[in-house]
Design a protein around this ligand. Structure first.
Ligand SMILES: *[C@@H]1O[C@H](CO)[C@@H](O)[C@H](O)[C@H]1NC(C)=O
Ligand SMILES: *[C@@H]1O[C@H](CO)[C@@H](O)[C@H](O)[C@H]1NC(C)=O
Ligand SMILES: *[C@@H]1O[C@H](CO)[C@@H](O)[C@H](O)[C@H]1NC(C)=O
Ligand SMILES: *[C@@H]1O[C@H](CO)[C@@H](O)[C@H](O)[C@H]1NC(C)=O
Ligand SMILES: *[C@@H]1O[C@H](CO)[C@@H](O)[C@H](O)[C@H]1NC(C)=O
Ligand SMILES: *[C@@H]1O[C@H](CO)[C@@H](O)[C@H](O)[C@H]1NC(C)=O
Ligand SMILES: *[C@@H]1O[C@H](CO)[C@@H](O)[C@H](O)[C@H]1NC(C)=O
Ligand SMILES: [Ca+2]
Ligand SMILES: [Ca+2]
Length: 788
């Protein structure tokens, strides 16, 4: 068996060298291949460790240890300090003496487990975490040590490492590989110097230093110069997909692989919450599948598996990890390298027939550097059966422009959609439209996604709404000079003809921040009061990262003469055109504190326009201007801040446990797990009123609610939906009296009412009456929508 394994790995390494001409670290250089992070905050008895080390689920499935290296980590100490922040000598002693060594320490438990198991090598390699060294927060590390003094740091670190080396000597089946840096980012300045000091001490002890930075962590691609021996990059996708209120799509896995390869890192395999649901298993499957596609399966890898008794919380996830570490290929949930039919005339078009056993949920375009200058519009259409006949229907569209290029040119664009079970799809067509040149794409670049993506773009996406009783108090940090622009089209700071072409000035800007609680879009609607002709709209804003003010990730404009466009998913009664940002011009300031312009060039008649941004830290806008033939027509602009500027306190009214944030319920994102979400006790009635700002055609309304019985969260028993033309006279929407149950993703459940005819409405009212049966339970809502 052992002999067979060696040959097997040997063949694969040869294969890898032929396949990828990159610069991942090699297994020889790193001295490990499969390195699992073992969080010992909980208790790991030898029996549990036997399951864990072999990738067994609830009983022993195999006696083969699937990892060659284990990294031992504790996140929190008994004094409630976090090892990635600030700890003291007592915390270190506790870790070394009661968690690591001694008869009930992890080293002893691992040894006992190994006595019953088979390992690939003579030893199981061990890496031990080093808590973050905080020169500010550890001035009273002990009665004698002040870690802002270099010599004291040296003593503390040397003592810590010596202690571990001494302890390890007792365990003949374990071999100390080295030290893992607990902190996942390295700030510029003194922290860099401290990492160099740690590296010197580690190296002089004949050990190595491991680091696992997160996406875009400070210094993530500069690890070599800081004296780190091996670095592994976290994709972060398993925790930041849109269903988890993040912004990464599955293309993040490919981008991480390309970046890791370029900067000489390995790639981390990440498992969300033990991968117990279908969705989370799908995420894991794609991490592993991408490992074969991009070659990181055969290079040094770290495994973040959470803190459970087994490496995962489902038999299937355990099996996937066993298969992967054994060296076999895992199939992705997405479809790649399909035979698309390509045509080119004014636009580039790719068409493909879909087999009936596939359920597409989106098209992903994988960009590569050769397309880095492309900008234009992408439209995805489906050939779909509607009312017994097939028609082409737009499923999704987006713009690729100046600032879409994250991930250093290995970015990807996801065009999500969701088909109803009754909608049979025969073919998909993707069109690339540009006024300049067409992108150069092949079958490899178009991926058909089959994982749900947590995005539900509808006619109402982006519309303002209110909740009665109010669950949101607006207290802007950088708001408008007048509050009119939050309730109607008006003029304010963004049309006062004042801006800073250089450094950011707080009094001149309106600001939105993209923090962990809101990853969605910022939308500003413009009204010119009549149909006009325009050829350029420009935004004056700031970037450069000073005070976290930065350029947005994505910017586009939607224009229309028929309606106020909230999103390009507007219904058939309204025609919306959209354009990407065509250029970004820096007008002044310093390197890190810049003023500049985002320009949208098009030539069209319009009355309304909606600017849409995805912020990256703070988005700070000074002014909006419009031009025709170079003639300034900005005085015609009235604007409406569809997304309120960021409030000073996000959790607004302290009496509300799960307050709303003013945008969440129509931002198009569905929360699949508990997190920042709008919720109330079922003993309280609530009403949500969405304002489409003008009369539109509506055929379907829906509500996304969470189900999580062990947290006393259930679907609302009754939701009564009404519509109105004027906000005064209300008509019941549908006469079923109860919403139907639609699709479910993770803990998110869609409820909906669909009519046979369209209904004219400007306002949509969702009433959630008191639920007498479950008064102590919660209703948690992440999205309401209306669509034609
Ligand atoms: C080691 O196993 C014992 C039970 O045999 C357990 O009580 C102890 O907490 C384990 N140690 C660690 C660090 O998990
Ligand atoms: C720790 O050392 C720094 C640098 O010498 C000094 O400024 C600081 O006052 C010391 N802190 C304590 C608590 O002694
Ligand atoms: C799809 O199938 C239809 C008939 O079923 C065929 O005429 C057409 O050529 C196919 N299209 C592609 C792109 O393969
Ligand atoms: C993109 O444009 C820049 C600036 O015009 C040019 O230097 C670069 O070569 C272009 N890249 C590609 C791939 O065409
Ligand atoms: C605007 O200000 C007025 C007067 O202070 C207040 O009554 C109104 O509620 C405010 N409107 C909004 C949308 O905050
Ligand atoms: C909004 O402004 C328009 C004019 O711009 C006005 O006709 C309308 O009455 C205003 N609506 C409200 C609710 O103030
Ligand atoms: C829709 O129309 C069909 C027949 O045209 C009818 O059977 C069905 O009950 C209608 N549904 C609703 C919700 O009115
Ligand atoms: Ca201004
Ligand atoms: Ca939402």
């Amino acid at each position: 068996m052992i002999c067979y394994m060696n040959t097997f790995i040997f063949i694969i390494i040869i294969f890898y060298i032929n396949k990828v001409n990159g610069t991942y670290p090699t297994i020889d250089q790193a001295g490990f291949h499969h390195n699992a992070l073992l969080y010992i905050d909980g208790n790991h008895s030898p029996e549990k460790l036997m399951l864990w080390l072999t990738g067994s689920y609830e009983t022993i499935d195999s006696y083969n240890v699937i990892f060659d290296t284990i990294t031992i980590i504790v996140e929190r100490t008994p004094s409630n300090s976090l090892t990635a922040y600030s700890t003291n000598q007592q915390d270190w002693i506790w870790f070394l003496e009661s968690k690591l060594s001694g008869p009930y320490g992890i080293l002893s438990n691992l040894t006992q487990a190994l006595n019953h198991l088979q390992t690939r090598n003579k030893f199981l390699q061990i890496i031990v975490m080093l808590p973050y060294i905080d020169s500010n927060g550890q001035q009273t590390f002990s009665s004698t040590l002040n870690l802002s003094i270099q010599n004291h740091r040296y003593q503390a670190i040397q003592w810590y490492i010596n202690t571990i080396q001494e302890q390890m000597k007792q365990y003949s089946k374990l071999y100390l590989w080295g030290i893992y840096l607990m902190r996942e980012d390295i700030s510029f300045g003194v922290d860099e110097q401290i990492i160099r000091e740690i590296s010197d001490i580690v190296h002089s002890s004949q050990l190595r230093l491991l680091w696992i930075p997160y996406t875009n962590a400070n210094n993530w691609n500069n690890w070599k110069t800081l004296g780190i021996d091996v670095a592994i990059l976290q994709p972060g996708y398993a925790f930041a997909s849109p269903l988890m209120q993040g912004t990464f799509n599955a293309g993040r896995l490919r981008a991480t692989a390309k970046l890791a390869q370029h900067y000489g890192l390995g790639v981390e395999i990440e498992v969300n919450q033990g991968a117990s649901t279908e969705y989370e298993i799908g995420l894991l499957q794609n991490y592993l599948a991408q490992g074969f596609i991009d070659g990181y399966q055969y290079v040094p890898t770290a495994y973040f598996l959470g803190n459970y008794d087994s490496i995962a919380r489902s038999k299937k996830a355990c099996m996937l990890l066993r298969t992967y570490t054994f060296g076999l290929r895992i199939e992705p949930t997405f479809m790649s390298n399909m035979q698309w039919t390509w045509t080119t005339n004014e636009k580039l078009q790719a068409t493909i027939n879909i087999s009936s056993n596939n359920i597409p949920q989106g098209i992903r375009i994988n960009w590569s550097p050769k397309n880095s200058n492309w900008s234009g519009r992408i439209i995805v259409e489906g050939y779909i059966k509607i009312d017994n006949s097939y028609t082409w229907k737009i499923l999704s569209s987006t713009e690729v422009g100046e600032k879409n290029w994250r991930d250093e040119e290995w970015t990807s664009t996801l065009l999500p959609f969701s088909l109803l079970p009754s909608q049979i799809i025969l073919s998909i067509k993707a069109s690339f439209i540009s006024s300049q040149f067409l992108p150069s794409l092949t079958n490899e670049d178009l991926i058909i996604e089959q994982n749900p993506n947590g995005i539900a773009l509808q006619t109402s996406t982006g519309a303002p709404y209110s909740i009665i009783p109010s669950m949101y108090t607006y207290n802007p940090q950088y708001g408008d000079s007048t509050n009119q622009t939050l309730s109607n089209f008006s003029r304010g700071l963004l049309t006062d003809k004042q801006w800073s072409t250089g450094e950011w000035q707080s009094t001149m800007s309106i600001g939105w921040s993209n923090n962990l609680n809101s990853n969605s879009y910022v939308r500003i609607a413009l009204d010119f009061n009549r149909i006009i002709y325009a050829d350029e709209i420009i935004i004056r804003l700031h970037g450069g990262t000073y005070a976290s003010v930065n350029w947005p990730n994505i910017a586009r404009i939607l224009i229309s003469s028929d309606c106020i466009p909230f999103s390009p998913y507007s219904s058939s009664d309204c025609s919306v055109k959209s354009y990407p940002c065509t250029s970004r011009i820096i007008t002044g300031g310093t390197n890190t504190n810049q003023g500049g312009i985002l320009s949208f060039k098009f030539s069209n008649s319009l009355r309304w326009a909606t600017l849409e941004f995805q912020p990256n830290s703070w988005l700070m806008i000074d002014e909006i201007q419009a031009f025709v033939n170079g003639h300034d027509i900005s005085n015609l602009i009235h604007y409406y801040l569809l997304t309120s500027p960021t409030s000073t306190s996000l959790s607004s009214s302290s009496s509300i446990s799960y307050p709303d944030d003013g945008v969440r319920l129509t931002d198009g994102l569905i929360a699949g797990i508990m997190g920042p979400i709008t919720g109330w006790l079922k003993s309280e009635p609530h009403t949500i009123i969405v304002d489409l700002l003008m009369v539109r055609n509506i055929r379907e309304t829906s509500v996304w609610a969470l189900i999580k019985s062990d947290w006393a969260i259930s679907l609302p028993t009754t939701i009564v939906v009404h519509t109105s033309l004027d906000g005064k006279v209300w008509c019941e929407f549908g006469n079923q009296g109860q919403m139907q149950i639609g699709e479910r993703i993770l803990d998110a459940q869609r409820l909906f009412i669909r009519l046979n005819h369209t209904n004219h409405a400007r306002y949509i009212k969702f009433d959630f009456p008191i639920d007498q049966i479950f008064p102590g339970w919660w209703t948690m809502i992440s999205e309401v929508s209306a669509t034609d």
